[in-house]
Design a protein around this ligand. Structure first.
Ligand code: GAP
Length: 466
């Protein structure tokens, strides 16, 4: 039996190293020296990511009666971002070190010394605060305290979509938040599916932000994915639904196997320009501690009112019983998939002892594990073992998909490699399989225990476990 697990040397560095070593995450454009704030999901990473997405979709679309799925286009009419307030209000306060040109996010640096800079503050107001405290803020790179004035830096990423004239024109932006596609399709969904309010729409989509200082690995990137729900309610019928949504989201994180002592709610002191109330769910990450993984926002009628005003299209909902027309209020949940991926990995990362040896193991729930089963021939230089192992591998792959074959190194090393990626079961084909028709051994990741299972019962056995 494994000895007590410990957090061991779990740091963000050790998790980043595992991600690279075991094919979860690669630096984007690595062979060209990388591109700041962009990462690629490797073969193991994309499986874990897809499993998290599938769990979220199941919980938010399939298991709810009043939610619909959506996948809207990334490019949008430029007026969308004017209406949403992003062209004017979606900015971070930036100052540049005059010695080494390092850029800082002034609100984050002020927060470190206990000074709150409100998101709604104008450039002038934040400059006044910064000037008061600038002698307490040192450049994180060179340590000097010589910064420029603060400038509001817009985070939207411009493209030249549809501009064949090179004259510029009105820019088309990449989405600064994925949820706008839901508001744009509110009327389509109402007209085609006639849902009754309250109802929700769920969508997973990419978002892009010109972050001033991408940092903490997947935590703050310039390209990322968001999983959003927007719940449309009658005006002022927001409070009870908001509390229910908060509870429901907490439950989902716990259902992923995340330790609830590592989760907490935090109410926003500084509200985004669209929000009336906002709570974050935070996770206690190794090294940098508690930080936001999901925002739950009470957006009132802001979004639909703005789009109605800017598009000129009536986005009011008509109550089918009374004929009353109104603009629904919106309760939003918005989760960053990269951050949740990092939280799930951090939580599952354990060091324990098995058979007197220290090991690193990812204790992922089997349904999240990137590889469900690994198949090994006991020895790679015995063709009869390899042949049988390949046959079993093919039949398991057909059934479970995410199955790996490994004949590299001794069995102990193969187990260690699979433990590090969280594979719940390893199947070994040995001489008894062939000579005595004694079935295969199935080894459990968490206990290290091995059981002999008859070949014709193997799929059934694993189906019951996975
Ligand atoms: N539609 C609302 C919205 O976008 P947000 O708080 O700006 O709200 C929601 O973002 C979530 O998206 C955050 O909780 C976080 O998980 C993720 N997120 C935001 N900026 C990010 C970034 N630069 N890198 C990675 N994830 C990010």
């Amino acid at each position: 039996m494994p000895k007590k697990e410990t957090a061991g040397d779990k740091t963000m560095e050790s998790i980043i190293s595992l991600c690279k070593r075991r094919g979860f995450i690669y630096q984007g454009s690595e062979i060209y020296g990388g591109l700041a704030g962009v990462y690629d999901f490797g073969p193991r990473g994309v499986e874990l990511l897809n499993n998290i997405k599938a769990s979220w979709w199941r919980a938010n679309v399939y298991e709810k009666e009043d939610y619909f799925g959506l996948d809207s286009g990334m490019f949008k009419n430029p007026r969308v971002w004017e209406a949403s307030g992003h062209t004017s209000g979606f900015s971070d306060p930036l100052a540049e070190c005059q010695e080494c040109n390092t850029r800082i996010r002034v609100d984050k640096e002020l927060a470190k010394i206990g000074v709150i800079a409100d998101e709604k503050m104008s450039e002038k107001e934040i400059n006044l605060i910064f000037d008061k405290y600038r002698d307490k803020i040192a450049c994180p790179h060179c340590g000097k305290k010589k910064f420029t004035a603060v400038r509001a830096f817009n985070l939207l990423v411009k493209t030249n979509f549809g501009d064949f004239t090179s004259t510029g024109g009105e820019p088309v932006y990449l989405p600064g938040e994925a949820c706008q596609g839901i508001y744009l399709n509110f009327k389509n969904i109402v007209d085609t599916l006639q849902p009754k309010i309250p109802f929700g729409v769920a969508q997973i989509g990419k978002a892009f932000r010109n972050e001033i200082s991408p940092r903490n690995f997947l935590f703050r990137t310039r390209e990322f994915e968001q999983a959003d729900t927007q719940f449309f309610v009658r005006p002022h019928e927001n409070k009870e639904a908001y509390e229910a949504i908060k509870k429901d989201r907490w439950k989902w994180y716990v259902s992923l196997g995340i330790d609830d002592k590592k989760l907490r709610f935090k109410q926003h002191e500084n509200l985004a320009f669209y929000a009336k109330d906002a709570w974050d769910i935070e996770y206690d990450f190794p090294t940098f501690g508690f930080d936001e993984i999901e925002g739950i926002h009470d957006r009132t009628d802001y979004d639909l009112s703005q789009h109605m005003k800017f598009s000129g299209v009536d986005l009011r909902y008509t109550d089918p019983k009374t004929g009353e027309k109104y603009i629904p209020w919106i309760l939003e949940t918005s989760m960053g998939l990269g951050r949740v991926f990092l939280a799930v990995l951090s939580d599952a990362y354990k060091e324990d002892e098995l058979g007197g040896e220290k090991r690193l193991v990812l204790k992922l729930l089997p349904r999240l594990a990137p590889v469900k089963v690994a198949v090994f021939p006991l020895l790679r230089n015995k063709p009869e073992l390899v042949k049988k192992a390949k046959e079993i591998y093919a039949s398991l792959k057909k059934e479970f998909g995410a199955v790996e074959f490994d004949d590299n190194g001794n069995i102990g090393k193969r187990y260690r490699r699979q433990d590090e990626i969280g594979t719940p079961y390893c199947v070994t084909i040995d001489f008894d399989t062939l000579e005595k028709s004694a079935g295969v051994t199935v080894r459990d990741r968490d206990t290290g225990k091995q059981e002999r299972i008859a070949e014709n019962e193997l799929i059934n056995f694993l189906q019951n476990k996975l």
